[in-house]
Design a protein around this ligand. Structure first.
Ligand code: NAP
Length: 449
């Protein structure tokens, strides 16, 4: 019997409830066919990095969840929160109930620097710090020693900028955000005075985007310092900035120049943006105390310049180190994984007929939230191209619900999430925050009882 009809809907399981998962659902619903989508999420709450990654002081970016609410309102959509695929339910079991699975589970791990001292106490990944201040249940008990005077952030992407901003902002700036209360309390007592954001290449290559770097000049208690000499461009840099895809780098340069000429010195904290340095060793005994950086020179043609060490080193005091050099996907048993790239092996989103992928676990950790839309739409095209060969053994969700119940799994529906959402908003309102996130899975589930 052909699928995609009201009698025999095309049944799709989406694993992960971040932007790419929702855009995949949207693409499926926009087709001419009848499609039923079940979205599985290991946490009881949806939205992936929109909830656990987007910085608390960027509330407008989070408004995108209104679009996801509309997608979730489709009568052919169901949210299955608090169900971990690979643990509560194996992939082979899931396959029985669907014509196809789309893995949209993101990139939960981080890239490594592979330098000595990387695993010393007080050397953290940006990913864990971000998840902690955003109240991700798996990171709520992490401890960050904010009694230190200096913090060094390695990397100059937007995540590094987020980490800098959260460390650089005052209690008054953070208290009106939806930052997790444990993080607000810890940051309120922060002793940090110097923050260094270190890039291995130059200002013309920096990965951050203009809006994000502009905000570094708008901090209430932190001066942002840039060495104007670092802003002198080589001929290759000049040529690079003329390339059509370098508009954000051109704008970055303008903003960095403005920042470098401002009068500073009145504020209690300092954010130093350093260019042309790579970390070579994180030093300390009981914990991080300093970091050795090697000066780089750039080599290569415009648009492909690489950082090469010059042998000259400097040592920075560092009570804390945050490595912010990119996220990385984690493997899942039964899904072919590209070890070097940290993604599921796929072509345009097709892993194999019946198994697809979208978002960061498909293409790597790049782009803004909107980048996931075309990415997911491309994946859905592959499903329709394969449709004739897709098969579903048990084309109903109730037996799956029964199976999970027999395993004592409390499945959280979208209506349940909306109750949690309302509770969080109400709790936030009491203290002037847009929401007070629940950070323990047990609390979320108890709130639904
Ligand atoms: P990213 O943009 O890829 O930046 C990674 C940074 O790490 C770059 O500065 C990179 O330098 C550096 N790096 C990589 N390997 C290194 C090494 N071995 N040694 C030293 N430095 C190294 O990654 P991200 O910051 O994690 O962000 C991920 C994506 O999320 C990006 O697309 C970002 O724009 C997006 N995001 C957006 C927002 C927002 O819109 N507000 C917020 C957060 C994240 P090179 O350039 O030299 O490789």
């Amino acid at each position: 019997m052909s699928s995609g009809t009201p009698e025999n809907p095309l049944r799709i399981a989406i694993v992960g409830s971040g932007p790419s998962g929702f855009y995949a659902a949207e693409a499926l619903f926009k087709s001419e066919q009848t499609v039923h989508v079940d979205m599985f999420e290991k946490l009881p709450v949806p939205f992936g990095l929109v909830r656990s990654g987007v910085a608390p002081d960027h509330p407008k970016i989070k408004n995108v969840t209104r679009v996801y609410d509309k997608i979730a309102a489709n009568p052919n959509f169901a949210f299955w929160g608090n169900v971990e695929i690979g643990k509560d339910l194996q992939i082979q079991e899931l396959q029985t109930y669907y014509h196809a699975i789309i893995f949209a589970s993101g990139a939960a791990s981080d890239r490594r620097l592979n330098i000595p001292g990387e695993d010393l106490p007080r050397s953290y990944t940006a990913t864990e710090f971000v998840a902690w201040y955003n109240g991700h249940p798996e990171y709520r008990h992490h401890q960050f020693d904010l009694t230190q005077k200096s913090a060094v952030i390695i990397g100059q992407g937007n995540v590094a900028v987020d980490v800098c901003r959260i460390l650089a902002k005052s209690y008054d700036e953070l208290k009106q955000t939806d930052i997790a209360s444990h993080a607000l309390e810890a940051l309120a007592n922060s002793q940090i005075e110097d923050i260094y954001m270190v890039g291995r290449r130059g200002p013309a290559q920096a990965a951050f985007t203009p809006q994000e770097v502009k905000e570094l000049g708008e901090l209430a208690i932190t001066d942002t310092l840039i060495n104007p000499e670092d802003l002198h461009l080589s001929q290759t840099d000049e040529a690079e900035l003329q390339l059509p895809d370098k508009a954000h780098n051109r704008k970055n340069m303008e903003i960095l120049r403005q920042l470098s000429t401002r009068t500073t010195g009145a504020r209690t904290r300092r954010l130093h943006i350093l260019f042309f340095y790579s970390p070579v060793e994180i030093c300390g005994s009981a914990g991080v105390s300093s970091i050795v950086l090697e000066k780089n020179a750039l080599s290569g043609e415009a648009g492909r310049q690489k950082a090469l060490g010059t042998g000259e080193t400097i040592t920075l005091p560092a009570g804390l180190v945050f490595r912010s050099v990119g996220y990385r996907g984690t493997p899942m048993p039964g899904v072919p994984f590209h070890e070097a790239w940290g993604v599921f092996k796929n072509e345009q989103g097709r892993i194999q007929p019946g198994m697809y992928t979208a978002g960061w676990i498909k293409r790597g950790p790049s782009g803004i939230i909107g980048t996931n839309k075309p990415c997911s739409y491309e994946t859905v095209e592959q499903i329709f191209a394969d449709q004739a060969q897709l098969h579903c053994e048990i084309p109903r969700s109730q037996p799956l619900a029964d199976l999970l119940k027999s395993r004592q799994i409390q499945v959280v529906s979208y209506a349940d999430w909306q109750k949690i959402d309302a509770l969080e908003r109400a709790q936030g309102e009491a203290t002037g925050k847009p929401r007070e996130k629940m950070t323990a899975v047990a609390d979320m589930l108890a709130a639904l009882k």
